[in-house]
Design a protein. Structure first.
Length: 181
């Protein structure tokens, strides 16, 4: 799922500002961004139940704040910011770690035991990262956003994104390298 094109987003925002079509516009936003927001929440919280809670919190906040959205940034970036904050709040309420990979291990590759173990180790290492590093890694490496887009979503300088991503990669490499011995 990708974000709506800029011109489609302008039409959508016009519908948001029109009280008569605001509900339909929200439904479209939800339908378009639900899967991506859930993925972000899953990467931040570490488990599907917490990600679902964060997803609900996100879209409740989007629904209540939509009429006040000024359009200073792209709509999907505004929603992502809300999702990240919601996921961090949910995660801080619950410190229970769970495996991020809920899919069938057999679907991961030729050797499901090794693939499952590697996925578990990566998820555990990601879970130990500080929240700001986990978010940057998720947005960049998993969602495929650019450094500039991540910086805009997190409202930090692009250099901060680079340094957080570098620190996260370095820590993940050290943890995964050490645990392989």
């Amino acid at each position: 799922m990708t974000s709506p094109p800029v011109d489609a987003e302008a039409v959508l925002l016009a519908r948001v500002r029109d009280r008569a079509t605001r509900g339909d516009a929200f439904d479209e936003i939800f339908t378009t961004l639900r899967e991506r927001v859930f993925a972000i929440c899953l990467h931040v919280t570490g488990n599907a139940a917490d990600a679902d809670d964060a997803l609900q919190d996100t879209f409740l906040s989007v629904h209540t704040g939509l009429s006040r959205f000024r359009g200073d940034s792209r709509l999907f970036k505004w929603v992502y910011r809300i999702a990240i904050r919601a996921a961090i709040r949910v995660r801080s309420r619950r410190r229970v770690a769970a495996d991020v990979h809920d899919a069938d291990p057999a679907s991961r590759g030729p050797d499901p035991v090794i693939a499952h173990e590697l996925g578990r180790r990566v998820a555990e290492a990601m879970d130990r990262l500080p929240a700001d590093h986990r978010v940057v890694t998720s947005l960049f490496a998993v969602d495929g956003l650019t450094h500039a887009e991540v910086a805009e979503i997190l409202v930090v300088p692009e250099g901060t994104v680079w340094s957080r991503l570098h620190a996260a990669r370095k820590r993940l490499a050290a943890e995964l390298g050490d645990s392989a011995r």
